[in-house]
Write a protein that binds this ligand. Structure first.
Ligand SMILES: [Zn+2]
Length: 354
C-alpha cells in the first residue's frame, strides 16, 4: 500500500534516521483508528474503497487543492472525544518512530480538533500536549509541537489560540504556524499577534508560496518576520525573492509529494526542489500530511534518490539542515546533532555495510 509502494530500496530510506519539521497531526490519522472511531461512535461510513477515497489522495483523484482539502473535511468529523484526540496524537508519534524519525516537530490546529464537538480549546491543548509527551517517551522520539491557526478564520480565534500556545510553552509548544487560504487572505492582519508571541520566545512558521506566488514568501520574510517558511516553493517565480531568502538563510519546509498531489506542480519531476537547493536556498524535506498523501518521510527521501538522482550522502546533509532549522536552542541542537550522528553511523553500519 501507500502512494509509492515499497521495495527493498525504499526500506533503506525507511530505516535511515530522519528529522521532520512540517507534519500536521490532522493529516496523520491512521485508517485503522478511523475505522475504530466510526465503530465506537456510531459514525456511518461508506464501504471500501469509497471511505479510503474520502480521506486519502488516490492516484485517480484530480490533483487539486479542492480535492486535497476535501479529505480534511471528512477527517474533522472523527474528533469525537478526548480519547480519540489523545489516540490520534499517540498514533502520530508511533508512526514517526516507525519512520525512524529522531526528532519531530508536529503541528496541530486546535480549532480543527475542537470544532465539531464544541470542545474547549484549552482542553484540546491539554489532551494533545499530554498524549504527545507520553508517546514521545514511550516511542523514544524527541517531539515538540507547533500550534497552527488559519488565515481564513477570524483573528479573534487566532488570538485565543496563540495566547494558549504561550500558556503551554513549558509543555512542548515551541512555535506557531499560519496556515490556510493564502490566495484570498493576507497574513498581515496576524502580524501583531505573531510578533507578540515571537517576542515571548515562540518561533514562527508561515505557509506561503504554496497556493499563491512568491510575493507571499517575500511578505512572510520581510513583513511577518517568519523564522521558517512552510512550502515556499513558488519563491522560484521571482529571482529577487530567491536572493532575499538566500541572503537571510530562511529555512524552507519543502513537501514534494504534497505539492504534486495538491496541484502546486503539474508533475513530480517538474518540482523545483533541485533548483531550490542549487540556488542556495536553505531547504529541508518534510511530509506535510503523511496519511492523506499515503507517504512516509522515508518515501520522500526515496523519491529524491530515485526520481531526482540525489546521492545517498545528500540525505545526511539534508537532515543536518533540518536540525539547524529546528525550533530548538543551541544546546538542544548540539545534543540532537550528536544523537543523530550516532544513529546515522549505526544505520550506515547495519543497513548499508551490514
Ligand atoms: Zn502544511
Amino acid at each position: 500500500m501507500g502512494w509509492y509502494g515499497s521495495n527493498k530500496e525504499s526500506k533503506i530510506f525507511q530505516t535511515m534516521p530522519k528529522i521532520e519539521l512540517h507534519r500536521h497531526l490532522e493529516g496523520s490519522l491512521r485508517m485503522d483508528t478511523l475505522l475504530d472511531v466510526a465503530r465506537n461512535h456510531g459514525l456511518t461510513i461508506p464501504v471500501e474503497p469509497t471511505f479510503r477515497k474520502m480521506v486519502q489522495v488516490q492516484s485517480n483523484d484530480p490533483l487539486t487543492f479542492e480535492n486535497f482539502l476535501s479529505k480534511f473535511q471528512t477527517l474533522r468529523l472523527f474528533y469525537k472525544s478526548p480519547d480519540v484526540i489523545r489516540k490520534v496524537a499517540r498514533d502520530a508519534i508511533q508512526d514517526a518512530a516507525l519512520d525512524h524519525i529522531q526528532y519531530l516537530e508536529l503541528r496541530f490546529t486546535p480549532v480543527a480538533l475542537s470544532r465539531v464537538e464544541g470542545f474547549d480549546l484549552r482542553s484540546v491543548m491539554e489532551w494533545v500536549t499530554e498524549s504527545v509527551a507520553l508517546a514521545s517517551q514511550e516511542f523514544n522520539v524527541k517531539t515538540n509541537l507547533i500550534v497552527s491557526v488559519n488565515r481564513h478564520e477570524p483573528i479573534e480565534l487566532a488570538e485565543q489560540v496563540l495566547s494558549l500556545a504561550l500558556d503551554f510553552r513549558t509543555r512542548g509548544i515551541v512555535g506557531v504556524d499560519l496556515a490556510g487560504n493564502e490566495v484570498q487572505f493576507s497574513a498581515l492582519p496576524f502580524w501583531s499577534l505573531f510578533h507578540n508571541v515571537q517576542k515571548e520566545g515562540l518561533k514562527i512558521s508561515i505557509h506561503a508560496g504554496e497556493w499563491s506566488g512568491s510575493e507571499n514568501v517575500r511578505q512572510a520574510i520581510e513583513e511577518m518576520d517568519a523564522d521558517r517558511i512552510g512550502h515556499g516553493v513558488r519563491v522560484m517565480e521571482d529571482e529577487s525573492v530567491v536572493r532575499l531568502a538566500v541572503k537571510r538563510q530562511i529555512p524552507f519546509e519543502v513537501c514534494v509529494t504534497s505539492n504534486y498531489q495538491s496541484g502546486v506542480v503539474s508533475s513530480l519531476r517538474g518540482h523545483p526542489i533541485l533548483r531550490m537547493i542549487d540556488s542556495g536556498l536553505f531547504v529541508t524535506i518534510n511530509t506535510d500530511d503523511p496519511s492523506i498523501s499515503q507517504i512516509t518521510l522515508g518515501d520522500e527521501f526515496h523519491l529524491l534518490y530515485n526520481e531526482f538522482q540525489q546521492p545517498l550522502e545528500r540525505f545526511y546533509k539534508l537532515s543536518m539542515a533540518s536540525i539547524n532549522a529546528a525550533f530548538l536552542n543551541e544546546d538542544e541542537k548540539s545534543n540532537l546533532r550528536e544523537h543523530f550522528r550516532l544513529a546515522y553511523q549505526e544505520w550506515n553500519k547495519t543497513v548499508i555495510n551490514g
